[in-house]
Design a binder for this molecule. Sequence first.
Ligand code: FDA
Length: 397
Amino acid sequence: MPVSYDAVVLGGGAAGLYCALTAAQRGLRVLVMEHGKKAGAKILISGGGRCNFTNEEALPTRYISQNPHFAKSALSRHTHWDFISLISQHGITWHEKKLGQLFSDQGSKAILQALLDECSAAGVTLLTDCSVTGVEYGGGSYQLATTKGDFFAPKLVVATGGPSIPKMGATGFAYDLARQFGLGVVDPVPALVPLTFSNTDLVFMKALAGVSLDSEVRCGTVGFRENLLFTHRGLSGPAILQISSYWHTGEPLVIDVLPGVPDCAAWLRSVRAKNPQLQLVKCLQEYLPDRFVSAFLQLYVPEAADVSLGQMSNVLIDRLVSELKGWTVYPVGTEGFAKAEVTRGGVSTADLSSKTMEAKEQPGLYFIGECVDVTGWLGGYNFQWAWSSAWAAAQAL
Ligand code: FDA
């Protein structure tokens, strides 16, 4: 016998659970369908197990979308304070790590448990290990054929995320469903992802695998000052993950490895005047890791690799500074969906209401969370989008 609900939510991740509990608190009979064995897998691994559940400055400008205004409505109506208020009722405390990033003191498990407890208290039915095999719409109702029977509901919320980390059950299901109902999909690509390199760049980077340094990484007009990490495949670390969301194939990255020394040439000249015997390598080690300094000089400014400051002309200082503050590299790609924290692109915002997340031309069909073409910076922005967009949809169900 087909079972009917007021709303069915596909995907038991951050957005799906939050939408379900909010709608059920409003009195709706809600079913969440999750194809994994357990709900909330990405919440559990997020923030290294501590869940960076929001950011105090989740401004719309920190989200990438073909429509930069789209996220404004949901983000302004349901803020980080609303989510904090919910988790506080579950005894969860939190701290800011840096840059407005809020982490749970009790870890990711406590955040997931709070969401599951809220769902259960509000009477949400959660069906795990359940795959949808077909979705039809007719007579004002969605009919879902699944591995656990048939279900009906006048409202269908798609919260199945994006394809990042497929081994955790991530799929492009939302895009297929969007296309089935005539919505556009902005080409999904890996974001918040390490970047790969070839040739000389890669030999240099591999030799420095494990080294991390403060940097400002720019791509076009966008820049991030955070740590950069050398890896066996290229570059990673927060600065690189952030810029990866803005990088397109063929574009260079321009990296300042001395962002803390704005006038580097003046600094080198003044140290040269006081201590001409000082080796350049030693001088740079005040700000940069030893291994990086030697390798960088040998590759990019070999004539300065083995000199004292007194042996450096102003011209050589200027050349060195332009290399250190404008180190230009050309990524050849990313480490792909297997390593991407999120997906850029997704269900086109042109076909959704920013107030309700409902499809403009398909009544009762909603898309929320990561499957929508709204991608946040690293640092709690993506969970805040999941909470805000889920809440916005739940008000309209
Ligand atoms: P999410 O992917 O969470 O949930 C979708 C659910 O749908 C999954 O449970 C999936 O199994 C299910 N599903 C998929 N296809 C289905 C189908 N066909 N039928 C039924 N169910 C289906 N963000 C942040 O703000 N702070 C952080 O600390 C981190 N940390 C982090 C670490 C790592 C390693 C990753 C990979 C990602 C993060 N993120 C993050 C990003 C964050 O996890 C992500 O933005 C949200 O989980 C998105 O929430 P959604 O609910 O939209 O998708």
